[in-house]
Design a protein around this ligand. Sequence first.
Ligand code: GLN
Length: 451
Amino acid sequence: TDAHIAASEAARPLNAYITETFDLAREAAKASDARRAAGTAGALDGIPVGIKDLFCTEGVRTTAASHILDGFVPPYESTVSGKLKAAGTISLGKLNLDEFAMGSSNGTSYHGPVISPWKRTGADVDLVPGGSSGGSAAIVAARGVMGATGTDTGGSIRQPAAFCGIVGLKPTYGRCSRWGIVAFASSLDQAGPMTRSVKDAALMLTSMAGFDPKDSTSANLPVPDFSKALTGDIRGLKVGIPAEYRVDGTNPEILKLWDQGIDWLKQAGAEVVSVSLPHTKYALATYYIIAPAEASANLARYDGVRFGLRVPGNTLDEMYENTRAAGFGHEVQRRILIGTYVLSAGYYDAYYLKAQKVRALIADDFKKAFEQCDVLLTPTAPTPAFGLNEKNDDPIAMYLNDVFTVPASLAGLPGLAVPAGLSGDGLPLGLQLLGKPFDEETLIRVGGVLE
Ligand code: GLN
């Protein structure tokens, strides 16, 4: 814990933390020592971790990187962070993110952007860590914690993992409880681990996952010891390569790495088959209707009455207006506007209902593909990390980052981002494995061979 606190302090210029809880961590480490001495240690006892500031933590302020939650100190602990605590982990603090987890660069945080610990060779240019779990990715990469929680609605665990050269695992929707996680898009949000290795991700997920009666979409399934899946043996396994993921504009080095990944898996004894996911091209459009629609409903609760910020007005309506205008950043306001529009009478059928139908077709594509293979291999993101503020004025360019991660989110499937190589200018490049529902074990098995 002391060593990781020191590394986190050295990494302060990255702005990865919104709230440091180093003193609490030192206390917790002493309690952990005592448990170990008494032989009552938990599965992850004494392991220093960071918690994305979207998870409510009892007695520790939780911001969702938004001004609107100003001063909010939850009186309860999210199920997932509570489980990690129960396993003995030591939280070093609450990690920065895009406001309400909306973004792909960590550029929308009220608490300022996170800076990646990586730089292009020979260039002193600050790069984004990816988003929305940018603080988590950056501080794991900077060795400030051994693992961090992330949440992934459309790629927010996998894309920042790829940008920062770490492992990110988005479990199947329902695998980890959403209870106590600030809601963005409830039918998509899923918590998962971000770590230095696939084994660490497997260990962390084992402690995070499990049925929770407090989340009605939580899956009532046993939680395996995911680390046992790391057999190193993928002989006979069928790996599908979706033709539609060869999208224009993908960085050629990433396409090359993808081919290289196919070769690695073949050499390890896997069989590679080509599969088709014909509705892939509609995934981004579908996601950017459904996610804002759900967000606009979820964010209605921030009214200046129940939580955080209140900006007074002469009437109740004026108080709502003033609070929400001052409390939400531009990207969040944009999502609320899109969401309200697509849900409004007259547009509901044309946009929201249509998007739900396309979502079903996308899920069906995956179902058919997985009749032919056990796992899919794709790139994680179409480019390596880009410069700070580079795409901030172009929301569409930012949304395009999610092209490879969003389809599996819409289908609720698990995805694992594994660092697999470096670009010519020294930046991490990642590959993504996608699996059948609740088959994280196969992802972990294959990921262990790829990393
Ligand atoms: N970048 C996507 C978005 O902005 C995904 C975010 C996420 O997964 N939380 O919606």
